[in-house]
Design a protein. Structure first.
Length: 161
């Protein structure tokens, strides 16, 4: 059995994690520019610009393509996985967020005068807009291109292409 510590040497996995972290960190200044206030919650929340889901799965797929070949089964699996995740982020979860917003509005209006209903509000920011998904995808591919197994930075640091 391989040493569990060797997982840290899996460049494809590390770049996918790094893409997730970079996407989440980018949400802080983007949120500040958009709303003129610092909101630390965006670092751990869902939704927002760019999509960290998209960044991680596209970095993963690009890294698999770089490592195993663009015509291999592994790349096909990773790419289909990425498409499903991104579709879910922009489609299903975005729709669920819209439904939550409407339900919260209904509850606010129905129980405005008599606040008998004491359940927590539903989370409204669940999914991503198509632009957020595209931005996350571009970030993920760029991260793999720069830092992946055959990335530019690896070559610049003297790694093997």
């Amino acid at each position: 059995m391989q040493d569990f510590g060797s997982i840290l040497h899996n460049n494809v996995l590390m770049v996918a994690f790094a893409a997730t972290i970079v996407a989440q960190l980018l949400k802080l200044p983007i949120e500040y520019i958009k709303n003129r206030k610092i909101n630390i919650r965006v670092l751990v929340g869902t939704g927002g610009m760019p999509s960290s889901h998209s960044a991680s799965v596209t970095a993963l797929a690009a890294g698999v393509g770089q490592t195993k070949g663009w015509d291999g089964v592994e790349f096909a699996i990773a790419t289909m996985f990425a498409i499903i995740v991104m579709y879910d982020a922009a489609g299903v979860r975005q729709a669920a967020g819209k439904q939550a917003r409407i339900l919260n509005q209904i509850i606010d209006e129905l129980f405005q005068e008599n606040p008998v209903f004491n359940e927590k509000r539903l989370k409204e920011l669940l999914g991503h807009t198509p632009l957020q998904v595209i931005a996350g995808s571009i970030l993920g591919v760029a991260m793999a291109w720069m830092f992946g197994p055959s990335g530019l930075m690896l070559q610049a640091w003297g790694g093997s292409p």
